[in-house]
Design a protein around this ligand. Structure first.
Ligand code: SAH
Ligand code: SF4
Length: 380
């Protein structure tokens, strides 16, 4: 096993949520503590979901005190929490230690037919984003900084604790089972996860740890604007996470207008990277397609998209997402246009679905809550 470097500075506490189990063991051993304490701490953090060292009752008092002095557990301040009227969407605005603001969303789905209930956390990977997609509220803010692995893990733990304390049952569905734990995470909050590659992968590995949170990699989705070298790197990680590509246009001309990144990584290169990813992993890739009325949603766009993805056969799936209105003035298409668009994809044998809109009453599209919050602050 390789020795993992841990930055230890004298005046700065170590965020334990940023450490894998071997790193935590090493951190303890460096301080003359027993390595086996790491597993105990991991259990407290990720199985008991405690948020305080004092609660770790099987640790010696001296160690608890030392942890309090030298370590933290992702200090995040919740600046606001909003629940949609049906309580299926909850959104928090978090303030990080340096005052930066990020958002996380919990989406709750009742059991439906064969599938059991789900609780999905939509996690932010950066404060702001460098990629400037024109329809995205986060993109319009610009880039502040990468989040640490601990800041990513902490978002998931916040909602995990909330659900543990108060399991959720869908209102109006008597008899449906309550759900008390997180079943999925998607990196679809603020920021571009593959731009913050190392910290994102570290966070996913921590959440995946069988000694800790134990969330299966197949229940995790990384969504990317299409950073080709990082997609190729991800294909070599032997991590069974789901990959979603924000495609949003079938031609370079159109994609370049809404997604500046396309000038660096044009569609042909992106699709080639996806084909190599599929060959290396044997996994399906989801292509996200935000439908912008009158911009990328016509039947001819649907045909071009179908032709582009048909060669990927059953390994491509298109998720159509009617745009959430942002300040940019885009509108979602009506139900007829969406139906026609999907039927054309079907003609090309490209599997597809449509994302149900949710949480509109709490501004659930990425970056919108922070934008509203900051506008309010600047008005007051
Ligand atoms: N940066 C990554 C992940 C964060 S965005 C990415 O771009 O994939 C997550 C998803 O939300 C992306 O598919 C993004 O294109 C989409 N999105 C951004 N703004 C949106 C809006 N206003 N309405 C609907 N989806 C939006
Ligand atoms: Fe960044 Fe993704 Fe928003 Fe584009 S859609 S600006 S990559 S967060």
């Amino acid at each position: 096993m390789t020795t993992l470097p841990i930055s230890v500075s004298t005046n700065k506490k170590t965020d334990l949520l940023a450490l894998s189990l071997p790193q935590l063991q090493q951190w303890l051993v460096e301080r003359g503590e027993a390595a086996f304490r790491a597993k105990q701490i991991y259990q407290w953090l990720y199985k008991q979901l405690v948020s305080d060292f004092a609660a770790m009752s099987n640790l010696p008092q001296a160690l608890r005190q030392r942890l309090t002095n030298e370590a933290t557990l992702g200090p995040l301040i919740v600046r606001s929490e909003q629940h949609s009227k049906d309580d299926r969407t909850r959104k928090i605005l978090l303030e990080l230690a340096d005052g930066k603001l990020i958002e996380s969303v919990l989406m709750l789905y009742p059991a439906l037919g064969e599938s059991s209930a789900r609780a999905t956390v939509c996690v932010s990977s950066q404060a702001g984003c460098a990629y400037g997609c024109t329809f995205c509220a986060t993109g319009q803010m610009g880039f502040d900084r990468h989040l640490s692995a601990g800041e990513i893990v902490a978002q998931v733990l916040y909602f995990a604790r909330e659900l543990r304390a108060a399991p959720w049952t869908a209102a109006g569905l008597p008899g449906s089972n309550a759900i008390d734990h997180i079943t999925n995470i998607v990196l679809m909050g603020m920021g571009e996860p593959l731009h913050n590659y190392d910290n994102v992968l570290q966070a996913l590995r921590i959440l995946n740890s069988p000694d800790g949170f134990n969330l299966g990699a197949r229940h995790m989705t990384v969504s990317t604007v299409g950073l080709v070298p990082a997609i190729r790197k991800l294909s070599q990680e032997h991590l069974q996470v789901n990959l979603a590509i924000s495609l949003h246009a079938p031609t370079d001309e159109l994609r370049g207008q809404t997604m500046p990144v396309n000038r660096k990584y044009p569609i042909a290169e992106l699709i080639a990277a996806c084909q190599d990813y599929i060959a290396a992993t044997g996994r399906q890739v989801t292509f996200e397609y935000v439908l912008l009325s009158g911009v990328n949603d016509t039947p001819s766009h649907a045909h071009l998209l179908g032709e582009l993805l048909a060669p990927l056969k059953q390994f491509a799936h298109v998720n159509c997402i009617p745009v959430n209105a942002t300040s940019a003035g885009y509108r979602p298409p009506g139900p007829d246009a969406i139906r026609t668009f999907r039927a054309i994809l079907q003609e090309h044998n490209v599997s597809n679905s449509v994302r149900a809109e949710r949480g509109d009453d709490i501004a659930a599209a990425c970056g919108q809550l922070r934008t509203r919050f900051e506008n309010r602050q600047s008005q007051s």
